[in-house]
Ligand binder design. Structure first.
Ligand code: ADP
Length: 197
């Protein structure tokens, strides 16, 4: 039973790492960004509402995001664990997640913080823009996302650091090696905790 979070700036490769790390632990990776993007492409009511925020690189309002995560965390496949990618992103979302988990008698086991220098992040985003077509992968929108990360999401890392749950991983370099380093760091951390149900 492993409940993990992954936090990292845009362009840090957090989605890719989330997939690989989750596979290793045999848990589903749940990405709020992916859920929003698939709702946008399916033109669901949520997608229509969320699209404007995604396109502008802004946070989707909490009432939509929190409801989405709350629903998703009630699905059977996350009963035995999950790796949450993209949530919480703000201090109020941390409180929301605390409440959601507490009501199920669960808690977060570890938080992976993926770090990379800003200059490298922008380069990677430009590369990704050539390979995928994300509307928020333009220089202006990317800078807004990065700025929001620094302003809002760093605080999230601090809150979890205060609880002694953060495992920092260097996100520069070869993606496969980063995955291995992340898995090793999380396992080391969980073993050090003595494990708990
Ligand atoms: P990245 O971290 O690379 O910017 P994500 O796929 O995690 O990309 O998120 C893409 C977009 O989805 C965000 O810019 C935001 O608009 C929306 N989003 C994802 N997670 C959240 C969240 N927890 N709160 C608010 N908006 C979110």
């Amino acid at each position: 039973m492993t409940r993990l979070l992954i936090i990292g700036p845009p362009g840090s490769g957090k989605g890719t790492q989330a997939e690989h790390v989750a596979r290793h632990f045999g848990i589903p990776a749940v990405s709020t960004g992916d859920i929003f993007r698939s709702n946008v492409s399916d033109e669901t009511p949520l997608g229509k509402e969320a699209a404007k925020y995604l396109d502008d690189g802004l946070f989707v309002p909490d009432h939509l995001t929190n409801a989405l995560v709350k629903d998703r965390l009630l699905d059977a496949d996350v009963e035995a664990g999950f790796l949450l990618d993209g949530f919480p992103r703000t201090a109020p979302q941390v409180t929301e997640l605390d409440n959601m988990l507490r009501s199920q008698g669960k808690r977060v086991d570890a938080v992976i913080e993926l770090r990379a220098p800003d200059a490298e992040l922008e380069q990677r985003m430009l590369q990704r823009a050539k390979e995928q077509s994300r509307k928020d992968d333009t220089v202006d929108v990317f800078r807004r996302r990065l700025d929001l990360y620094h302003r809002e999401t760093h605080e999230v890392v601090s809150v979890y650091a205060g609880r002694g749950l953060v495992v920092s991983v260097d996100g520069s370099g070869d993606p496969g090696e980063i995955t291995e380093a992340a898995i090793a760091a999380v396992e080391h951390f969980l073993n050090g905790q003595g494990g708990h149900p």
